[in-house]
Design a protein. Structure first.
Lengths: 738, 333
């Protein structure tokens, strides 16, 4: 019986976080530090004709100023790890600061000022004067949709069946366009780093989702061995995808530290974050659905385009997840890119999936109304029992159970189909639903475990914890399988001195690192069993690995706990004080025989002010099927956070660009509206657990992204139900409902 | 941020003298807007005269009226028993603004002085006549969803962002100002803020060195029937797209006096005398309210992205008046 798995555990790093003991990248104390401040371009496209740093150089405290004219050149980037998500095999073209006089996007870094204090650097930064040969930037993706192209058509998913013909002949059809603006992650912690060199060895404290990725990036850039770069990132104040790729500042800080031979601290301002890392790209989508008169889908044509920069082809992969949701024989899902004079987008929580499912699930709602079928019923009619592309069985898929459970909890059966048919006093009440989907990914990941004779254990992995509770869940899994109290297990992460682990992204960390811990604990169990079992009178004599377990500091026979030896006793007899195992876990090939994924169902109630167009999300019920839940407490927290993100995407969030200048005009938290507490009312999250030993031995699937995937569509559908107005352009601000 | 001299003041006279003597000096009270703008290089004073120690935080009854000190915190003002009892519209308006933390810092004088939230004003790379006279107005042909529909000029389409002042306009408040010569002058709050005209850099009629010392609220009969309605992009911590300060004095069901002030639609709170007058002597019902709302918005000239404010403004007026009639409880009769 599990002692920890499946039981609520508070965050092991919670006290450190709320007392300020948890150190974030820019908080490390390094003596002799110099402060950097980035100067950004004021045009969106063109060439820097000249850049005058004379006045800035004379400002108090200024140490040095770098521009494209005097900044050293990094070695040509080659690491595949830095590439944006694309089908292209081209070499990395990620943006590097101060390498050219060309301006590719507004607010591009054009100089770095180094000074004795932050305020001095910031002050001097204002004195750097650039003159430009200006060109007209193009940032209005929708105006340039005709230039959309497939970055790598030969690798795009092939159409299933004959979707156009099936659409033409469908008994019932709908066709609609959906648009989502650029959105930014806005984590609480601004991106920043402190870099310093000791001879040819670089240490950098960085906010990152992957210390190894930053290490490769910097080692490549400086042409030094990877072992010479230490990346330290024990705590991250939210990232949501914005720190998956190394952004331009780690190299900038490291370069400056090397040149001025002093530690350099460089932190983005909130404004600088808007072009200092990527963003969720703008998307345009068109969905055509054809169905027979009973609601059975006969055709799905889901087209999508997202904006990218001029120098990289970032595909948000918007249509990838949606094409696997419904059992429909004829599907096409072309995914295109429009080049714009903006920085390159990047993954942002549930990338592609949330945007694509917004369009598909709104379209399904529209189809339900054309057919006069309950929207939930329509989903069940088209439920995919096997993966519709590959025909493979799912390793597990409890989506149907999620639909039923959440519908029951929500009271969906009391819904009246007719829009504007439900009221609460003056308020229009709307009920909407949608489906969520994400993968059940696993990546190779390594851990080191040291089990000590004193009844403690040390676990380390070069993974990251950007907030979901990785410190806690890995401690929990280690305690479970080492048979120790959780408080006797210390887990460290976020440092390249620990074994290699993948970036924290794709919701695959627990599945990857947790599996490594599980397997490594098994290795340790085997080693101890070998030691214990070799003694003639051992109670564990002849026991096999699968028959024994760790419990309460002992190694015991599972079915016969009286037969046991304490771990400390085994070690003492073998003159050991500790036992260490370093292990890499890899996804099992068994997975390839199946389709894998995680799913969820969301039901939303909105109340819409009929006079003022204000939408309040008064109730959300979400049921999620993502394997086995390790820690319900942090897991619910993930799903609740996803719902809040979904509310923001649906109702409030948009990065506004003045296309005349190609400039983001709301790069701050007063003008870019993330939801506040007052926007989040009743939220209930539930899990339908799946017993899935195929995805990995512990049955772990990802959940961090999944929780938000259906929410924007469910809200938009609820708004339609409340008002009779179909808003296909996010966010749904009051004026769209007047 | 520019370097600046920090000058703590202990008396109003010396504070006024310090600022008068330096054309680049500014008063510092709560700092909730000024410091942000200094970080953005929008405000560039070379001296801050800290007035937080001045004895200007009292809220006191003087005869029939109420004087609220310029340095009284927004939170304390909103929750003062005399304000809650006699001027609930002011309480509602203050509490509709900012966040609890900001209201705990922000002062009443500073609230009147807060600057526009126009994005172009905040971004020093963009043209803005308010920030840099002569550079042009970025919002006029740019993103202007949150901008003015009344009283703007081709030099500036920014709005005054505050909630508190919108209520003060409805309450016929006046602003008591200490002049550099040590004497006070009193300006009706309606005349305190300006329209942009040819000089959008001037938000109000305060001369350099003049210090707001108090806001005076005359006695009125609106306490029973007033309501502050704010429409914004999220439930809290956002500026008004449109807000309405509505107040009614009735005799039976007949309207004796009315106040309708719109926030978020102009360079100052926008009070419509014509709409108010149209209500006087009429029965307090939805039809009358609608007529008044039509009148209040009839001269609106929306820009490219803020046409919605016209219809939204009308609806908000009707709703606010209905809620005022219902005792300001947040629900309409």
């Amino acid at each position: 019986m599990a002692r920890y798995i499946g039981k609520e555990m508070s965050r092991v790093d919670g006290v450190a976080k709320v007392t300020g003991k948890a150190k974030y990248a820019a908080e490390f104390q390094v003596p002799g530090i110099a402060y950097g401040f980035i100067v950004q371009s004021t045009i969106g496209k063109g060439t820097i004709k000249s850049i005058d740093t004379a006045e800035a150089s004379r400002a108090p405290g200024v140490i040095r100023i770098y521009t494209h004219e005097n900044a050293p050149k990094p070695a040509p980037p080659k690491s595949a790890e830095l590439k944006p998500q694309t089908n292209s095999q081209e070499r990395d073209k990620s943006f590097r600061a101060l390498q050219t006089n060309r301006i590719f996007f507004n607010m591009q870094p054009i100089a770095l000022v180094l000074a004795e204090t932050f305020e001095q650097a910031r002050y001097a930064a204002r004195l750097v004067k650039a003159s430009y040969a200006e060109e007209k930037p193009m940032t209005d993706m929708e105006a340039e949709l005709k230039s959309a192209f497939m970055p790598n058509p030969q690798r795009a998913p092939k159409p299933r069946g004959n979707p156009s013909e099936a659409f033409q002949t469908a008994a019932v059809k709908i066709e609609a366009e959906y648009t989502i603006p650029v959105e930014h992650h806005n984590p609480m912690e601004p991106h920043g780093a402190i870099a310093f060199w000791e001879n040819e060895k670089l240490t950098i404290f960085d906010k990152t989702q992957g210390v190894y990725t930053v290490r490769t990036h910097l080692a490549t850039s400086f042409g030094i061995p990877e072992e010479n770069v230490s990346v330290v990132s024990p705590f991250v104040g939210g990232a949501f995808g914005s720190s998956l790729r190394p952004n331009y500042y780690p190299w900038l800080a490291s370069m400056a530290a090397r040149e001025i031979k002093r530690p350099v601290k460089l932190v983005y301002t909130r404004q600088q974050m808007y072009t200092g890392h990527g963003y969720r790209p703008q998307t345009w989508q068109k969905v055509a659905l054809g169905a027979d008169k009973n609601g059975k889908l006969t055709s799905i044509i889901h087209e999508a385009a997202n904006n990218s920069s001029t120098f990289e082809d970032y595909s948000d992969n918007t249509t990838n997840f949606p094409r696997s949701i419904y059992a429909c024989p004829n599907v096409d899902s072309p995914q295109k890119i429009v080049k714009t004079d903006m920085s390159t987008p990047c993954a942002m929580r549930a990338p592609g999936a949330v945007s694509g499912m917004f369009a598909l699930e709104c379209a399904m709602d529209e189809l339900a109304y054309s057919l006069k079928i309950d929207p939930l019923e329509l989903r069940l009619i088209n439920y995919a029992d096997v993966h519709p592309d590959s025909g493979k069985a799912f390793s597990s898929k409890a989506l149907r159970e999620c639909y039923h459970l959440a519908a029951e909890k929500f009271g969906w059966k009391n819904r009246k189909l007719e829009p504007r048919s439900m009221r609460d006093g003056r308020m229009l009440v709307g009920w909407g639903m949608a489906t969520g989907v994400w993968g059940a990914f696993q990546q190779p990941a390594s851990v080191k475990i040291t089990l000590r004779a004193d009844g403690t254990a040390y676990v380390a992995s070069g993974t990251s914890d950007i907030g979901p509770g990785t410190y806690t869940v890995i401690t929990l899994i280690a305690a479970e399988y080492l048979g120790l109290p959780a408080e006797k297990v210390k887990f460290e992460l976020g440092d390249t001195k620990f074994p290699r682990a993948p970036v924290q992204g794709g919701s695959f960390t627990t599945a990857s690192v947790g599996t490594a811990v599980y397997e490594s604990a098994q290795n340790i169990r085997q080693k101890l069993l070998d030691l214990a079992g070799k003694e003639a009178n051992s109670p564990l004599k002849a026991a096999k690995i699968d028959e024994v377990e760790f419990a309460d500091g002992k190694l015991q026979i599972k079915n016969e706990p009286a037969r046991s030896i304490s771990v400390s006793e085994i070690m003492r007899r073998n003159n050991l004080t500790e036992l260490t195992d370093i292990h890499e876990a890899k996804p099992s090939p068994e997975r390839n025989k199946y389709a894998t994924g995680a799913h969820g169902a969301q039901f939303v109630e909105v109340k819409v002010d009929p006079d003022l167009g204000i939408v309040r999300v008064t109730r959300v019920v979400e049921a999620t099927a993502c394997g086995r839940i390790m820690n319900p407490k942090t897991s619910h927290s993930q799903e609740i956070g996803g719902i809040v993100w979904g509310i923001g995407m649906a109702l409030t969030e948009a990065t506004e660009i003045d296309h005349r200048y190609g400039r983001i005009m709301n790069p701050n938290l007063q003008h870019y509206h993330v939801p506040v507490n007052a926007d989040v009312l009743e939220v209930e999250t539930m899990f339908v657990e799946e017993d899935d030993k195929i995805v990995n031995p512990l049955g772990i699937k990802g959940m961090g992204e999944l929780g938000m995937v259906g929410i924007p569509a469910a809200i938009a559908n609820a708004v339609f139900h409340a008002t009779g107005k179909r808003v296909r352009d996010l966010p749904i601000t009051p004026e769209k409902l007047l | 941020m520019n370097s600046f001299k920090y000058t703590p003041a202990t008396e109003a006279a010396s504070a006024v003298q310090s600022v008068s003597a330096n054309p680049s000096a500014k008063f510092l009270a709560g700092g909730t807007n000024l410091i942000d703008l200094m970080k953005e290089y929008v405000e560039r004073p070379n001296e801050l005269v800290d007035i937080t120690r001045l004895n200007l935080a009292q809220i006191k009854s003087t005869g029939g009226s109420l004087s609220i000190g310029a340095l009284a915190k927004n939170t304390d003002t909103a929750n003062h028993p005399l304000v809650r009892q006699n001027y609930p519209l002011l309480t509602q308006a203050i509490l509709a603004g900012a966040s609890a933390q900001l209201r705990n810092m922000a002062t009443n004088g500073g609230n009147l002085m807060q600057r526009t939230r126009c994005q172009y004003f905040y971004d020093i790379a963009m043209p803005c006549n308010k920030r840099e006279p002569g550079t042009g107005c970025g919002a006029l042909e740019g993103l202007n969803r949150i901008h003015a529909i009344f009283g703007y000029s081709d030099k500036c389409v920014a709005t005054y962002p505050g909630d508190m002042a919108t209520a003060l306009y409805a309450l016929d408040a006046s602003v008591r100002i200490r002049k550099p010569d040590g004497r006070d002058r009193v300006v009706p709050v309606r005349e305190f803020h300006r329209l942009p005209g040819e000089a959008p850099e001037k938000d109000n009629v305060l001369q350099h060195g003049e210090l707001i010392v108090a806001i005076d609220l005359p006695k009125n009969n609106f306490a029973a029937k007033s309501y502050y309605l704010k429409v914004r992009d999220r439930a809290s911590y956002a500026f008004a797209l449109v807000s309405v300060a509505a107040a009614l004095e009735t005799s039976g069901n007949n309207i004796r006096q009315a106040r309708i002030v719109l926030g978020g639609v102009a360079h100052k709170p926008w009070r419509s005398d014509e709409a108010e007058n149209a209500l006087v002597g009429k029965p307090a019902n939805e039809e009358t309210f609608r007529q008044a709302a039509e009148i209040a918005l009839k001269d609106a000239k929306p820009l490219k992205h803020n046409g919605y404010k016209v219809e939204l403004g009308k609806r908000a007026i009707v709703l606010a008046l209905k809620r005022a009639m219902n005792g300001g409880a947040g629900k309409e009769a």
